[in-house]
Design a protein around this ligand. Sequence first.
Ligand code: SF4
Ligand code: SF4
Length: 283
Amino acid sequence: MKQAIVFSIEEFSVYDGPGIRTTVFFKGCPMRCNWCHNPEGLSQKIQVVKAPNGCLHCGACEKICAHKDGCVACGNCISVCPRGLIRYSGVAYTTKELFEKLKKNSDYLKQAGGGVTFSGGECLLYADFLHELIPMLKEIGVHTAIQTSGYASEADFMKVISVVDYVMFDLKVMDREKAIEYTGRSNEPILRNFELLKKSGVKFMARTPLIPGVTDTEENLTAIAEKVKNSGALGIELLPYNKMSGSKYTMVGMEYHPKFDEKSEVNANVELFRRYGIQAKIM
Ligand code: SF4
Ligand code: SF4
């Protein structure tokens, strides 16, 4: 039985695919997008995280900690916090355990025209797990979707594409050098997997986070439109930059350093896509 680390399961989501959905956030991501608003999803390891607000500065957590040079997630500080601000992030599930949990809402999800969406982090890090779990959900009539950066080996990508019903595929930075600078990775595997998706016959939606001066430039949006036009995509969803992105970094002991002007307004150029005959909407 395969295992995966999950850091959140959100119910009644209306932004993660068709209808009302349960969204599962897997822990771990190979990319390092400079604007990431979910730093809990970066590390694949189970972590101990501290809520950013409400601390009494009582010092109890520091006093009990025997690993001040680096947290080992022993959990000793969790029980001593009088405000309950400290918790584990990440729960290990077998496919059967996660299936049983998701099954509980399956009737409701079906009636609501929704289903289950696997997100992250990067859900394709758990390709074998999904290859086992998705057919179990489909067997009981639950629609399945993934949200992915597209950054995965061809084999892992095809393993999941061969079973899932619907794909939300990110196209972020089309210039290779800029992709490396702002996402920590080349976009070559992403663009290769996008071509595989086009040929697969699986329904898909392109998605672009609008990051001021990075992804929302005319040049980048035009390159995305060129890629999406005639691709078979149902359309493109544009996700304006979340100005709260930095707020969760202290929770995981990280600092947020945006390399762009986060106060600028984003260029949500829906018209540009419409000129290419692409259905575009701002999320
Ligand atoms: S979980 Fe808490 S007590 Fe344990 S090593 Fe990390 S910070 Fe220290
Ligand atoms: S134990 Fe809780 S309240 Fe006290 S310093 Fe640590 S996080 Fe703050």
